[in-house]
Design a protein around this ligand. Structure first.
Ligand code: GLU
Length: 427
């Protein structure tokens, strides 16, 4: 049974894929091990607020599996963070790194906080406090965190700086090596070219590969739920390659612009106003007559070719799956579709490109960043994007071929590919 508990949903996905694996006793035992996180770290982070009062924040780091390499995965700052959510996200990271064939395992972190209510100073103290709290459990060959929902390159920079202080590292080259503990850093702190847009660009490469297989061509329409780093960049890349993006949203609501939004202008307008409503930017102007406000739920049910959930988990459920009109769903969020919804969508002939493949571009370039820091290199944006494109196309093809061979959906196939790789690496 599964509902909207993300960890239960993740386990239901694994169970479905497990039926396609060789049923030997040894593999079954390894599969049992893969179901549980190897380590769960529970931390409290005291932070001195601007008014002088100390507030205690609750944080987690879940280290799911390191059979293929160090634990890898972002840190989320969100009021709805919970242990079950972080456990699911850590498990999905293990699967994601395996499906992208990276020498990394899976982990995830989270802090229960609404960062929008913090001042810049409070955010910095919380970030440094979290890094201190998990410092013993992370490192370039142990666990390598990164940004996730509401965390940025700047936050990674504070965390690296804190770790450098804790370890007392002075030498420049040693600092650079230690900085590989966190990826998604700003370029000035040792970040990789292309990392900021990597999740969005990787998603575009995966989508283009699948659309070619499906024989879908011409001017396609898209709706994107979410307008954070991932949602914005996906919308930007889709627009650049000729899609008409007719709707985007943030946590406060969605906008519907039938003429197709201009993502960059929309972002500028949102930054200026603080919200998306009224930012009906199409072509080179923002004009109140060009669009209207709709709900986040309505966005998901728009009649578009491609629907892109790029916000949080469990937004496509058994309640709304029957009303989805898109032909292809590109999962840029982690866990946006529940298992019941998956079954409904599959029966309705809607192709769901699963999160662990669709959004693996981000961690792929994180892996490049880690490699560059460890080797003391800095690759050009062209080099990064070329390697990203090759990887996304190769792994999308592998998942596609598996789905044809097993006659099943893309998520189950991605899970089969990933699980096989992890089980092979397990001792
Ligand atoms: N938070 C991103 C994800 O869910 C990136 C993780 C990483 O770069 O390690 O894939």
């Amino acid at each position: 049974m599964s509902g909207n508990n993300p960890f239960d949903n993740a386990m239901a996905q694994l169970k479905k894929a497990a039926a396609y694996l060789p049923q030997t006793k040894e593999l079954k035992q390894k599969l049992e091990i893969l179901k549980e996180p190897q380590r769960i770290i529970n931390v409290t982070i005291p932070v001195k607020m601007d008014d002088g009062i100390v507030r205690i924040f609750q944080g987690y780091r879940v280290q799911h599996n390191d059979a293929r390499g160090p634990y890898k995965g972002g840190i989320r700052f969100h009021p709805q963070v919970s242990m079950d959510e972080v456990k699911a996200l850590a498990f999905w990271m293990a699967m994601k790194c395996a499906v992208a064939d990276l020498p990394l395992g899976g982990g995830k972190g989270g802090v229960i906080v609404n960062p929008k209510e913090l001042s810049a100073g409070e955010l910095e103290r919380l970030s440094r406090g979290y890094a201190r709290a998990i410092a013993d459990c992370i490192g370039p060959d142990k666990d390598v965190p990164a940004p996730d929902v509401n965390t940025t390159g700047q936050i990674m920079g504070w965390m690296v700086d804190e770790l450098i202080k804790i370890r007392g590292v002075k030498n420049k080259r040693d600092k650079e090596k230690l900085s590989s503990t966190f990826t998604g850093k700003l370029i000035k702190d040792g970040g990789s070219e292309g990392r900021e847009e990597a999740t969005g660009l990787g998603g575009l490469f995966v989508l283009q590969t699948v659309l070619t297989k499906l024989g879908k061509k011409g001017k396609l329409t898209a709706a994107v739920q979410g307008f954070g780093n991932v949602g914005f960049n996906v919308a930007k890349f889709l627009d650049e390659v000729g899609f008409k993006v007719i709707a985007v949203s943030d946590s406060k609501g969605a906008i519907f612009v039938p003429g197709g939004i201009n993502p960059k202008l929309t972002l500028e307008c949102k930054r200026k106003n603080g919200y998306l409503a009224g930012c009906y930017c199409s072509g080179s102007v923002c004009d109140l007559t060009k669009g209207k406000q709709i709900s986040n739920e309505a966005l998901l049910e728009l009649d578009v070719d491609v629907l892109v959930p790029a916000a949080l988990e469990s937004v496509i459920t058994k309640e709304n799956a029957t009303r989805i009109k898109a032909k292809v769903i590109l999962e840029m969020a982690n866990g946006p579709t529940t298992p019941e919804a998956d079954t409904i969508l599959y029966k309705r002939g809607i192709s769901v490109i699963p999160d662990i493949l669709a959004n693996s571009g981000g961690v792929t370039v994180s892996c490049f960043e880690w490699e560059q820091n460890l080797k003391g290199q800095h690759w050009t944006k062209d080099q990064v994007n070329k390697k990203l494109k090759e990887k996304m196309q190769k792994e999308t093809n592998a998942v596609w071929e598996t789905s044809k061979k097993l006659k099943t959906d893309l998520r189950t196939s991605a899970f089969v590919v990933a699980t096989n790789r992890i089980l092979k690496a397990m001792k």
